[in-house]
Design a protein around this ligand. Structure first.
Ligand SMILES: [Zn+2]
Length: 98
């Protein structure tokens, strides 16, 4: 097997699996990303990119830069004084951080 053949296999088969898996992982869909990368190659990468984040992954990403509202438990950005979800006034400093 020549070097070119190895590169060819890497680019066509291994790279899309890796790309789909890492894209899927950042969107909370690691299993689906792996599956699409293996079965569909670069088309699977496109699909997982189009699918976007799961609601759980979105919520986790929001909680990283904020805290859960003490009233409705939805993620709120740090420094917010009114919850964008339930419209209630928030304490100036949240008693807990997620
Ligand atoms: Zn709220």
């Amino acid at each position: 097997m020549s070097i070119l053949m190895i590169l060819f296999v890497l680019i066509l088969w291994v790279a899309p699996i890796w790309a789909a898996a890492s894209l899927g992982k950042s969107r909370g869909r690691l299993g689906l990303g792996l599956l699409l990368g293996i079965v569909l190659g670069w088309i699977g990468v496109l699909l997982i990119a189009v699918l976007g984040q799961t609601p759980e992954a979105q919520r986790a990403a929001l909680l990283k830069e904020g805290f859960p509202c003490p009233f409705c438990q939805e993620p709120v950005r740090n420094g917010a004084t009114v919850c964008p979800h339930c419209q209630r006034d928030l304490p100036p400093t949240p008693p807990f951080h997620a």
